[in-house]
Ligand binder design. Structure first.
Ligand SMILES: [Zn+2]
Length: 308
């Protein structure tokens, strides 16, 4: 056992204790569980989470507060955890400079959508209660290392950052504001794609947001797209891939549709690392990978480089 009491050692200790209890049960005449398979060094999947959390990158149990102090990045394997929009804004902008717009814009339910015994309206209320967010995107003006920007940040905790009419509208307002005020538009993208509850209205947002970026382009504005885990579906197929500069966080899943669906449709074996940020850089869809801790400096450097 190492001095650092790493995840592996901890798992071993817990497994050993569990094994000891099992063994005592056998000695005392209790029936042994049929599923017990000895002293496994495999990480346990049912470890309670609280002070400790399991990193999906390295499978180690890590101390939650040490990860939070490290901008929600694993200290052992550099896994970048998904974070809500408010944390994203906190990490990115100069303290207290974010002036949010369209705070109370909420989704409507034009299709009276019902799915698996719940309505879209109920889902929206539930998501708001659960995440504290009112929609899957927040926009506003802010400063990054003293440079003024218009910010659009997606929230994975609200219906998986999916794009409906409100997300589309907010993004377009942000793009228009950036053009009108000659400020760079910085979008932090994290989305499961178009929102199924809004069906064709959600799909229409792809054209609407793309047109807004075309207008910003005509006005010679700068658009920096930051792709985080996950960037998928209709969002990838619209404003996520239209950046003048496209940045990605390490290991982010970036793609249009799922790996299995593609493999089954085109009947080919997909390469190792398909749909990761690193793969996208290699194949020219992403310009660079930036660590979360460097994001502020890198965006400020880009703004200076583009003289915006
Ligand atoms: Zn890790």
């Amino acid at each position: 056992m190492c001095h650092d009491f790493c995840g592996l050692c901890r798992d071993f200790l817990v497994q050993s204790l569990a094994g000891g209890i099992e063994l005592a049960g056998v000695i005392m005449g209790k029936k042994q569980k049929a599923s017990w398979d000895g002293y496994s060094l495999k990480p346990r999947k049912d470890m309670p989470e609280g002070l400790w959390m399991r990193c999906p990158g390295c499978e180690h149990m890590i101390y939650r507060s040490s990860v939070e102090k490290n901008m929600n990045v694993c200290l052992q394997c550099n896994h970048h955890f998904r974070i809500p929009a408010d944390l994203r804004i906190k990490y990115l902008v100069d303290e207290g400079t974010f002036e949010e717009e369209l705070v109370d814009l909420r989704s409507d339910d034009p299709l009276n959508f019902e799915f698996r015994g719940t309505t879209y309206k109920d889902r929206l209320e539930g998501e708001e209660k659960k995440s504290g967010a009112k929609e899957a995107m927040r926009i506003g003006k802010a400063f990054i290392k003293g440079r003024g920007v218009i910010l659009a940040v997606m929230d994975p905790n609200f219906l998986m950052g999916s794009m409906g009419a409100v997300v589309g509208e907010k993004f377009c307002v942000a793009a228009e504001r950036a053009a009108a005020e000659s400020l760079p538009l910085v979008a932090i993208i994290c989305s499961g794609g178009a929102r199924m509850h809004e069906s064709v209205i959600a799909v229409q947002q792809m054209a609407k947001t793309s047109a807004a970026i075309a207008k910003l382009n005509e006005a010679k504005g700068l658009y920096v797209a930051v792709l985080t885990d996950p960037t998928t579906g209709g969002v990838t197929a619209s404003f996520a891939m239209l950046g003048d500069v496209t940045i990605a966080e390490p290991g982010a899943l970036i793609g249009f549709t799922g790996r299995r669906v593609i493999a089954e449709t085109i009947k080919v074996e997909l390469p190792e690392g398909f749909q990761t940020a690193e793969f996208m850089v290699e194949h020219g869809f992403v310009d660079m990978i930036v660590q979360r801790k460097d994001m502020r400096s890198e965006i400020a450097r880009l703004i200076d480089y583009c003289r915006k």
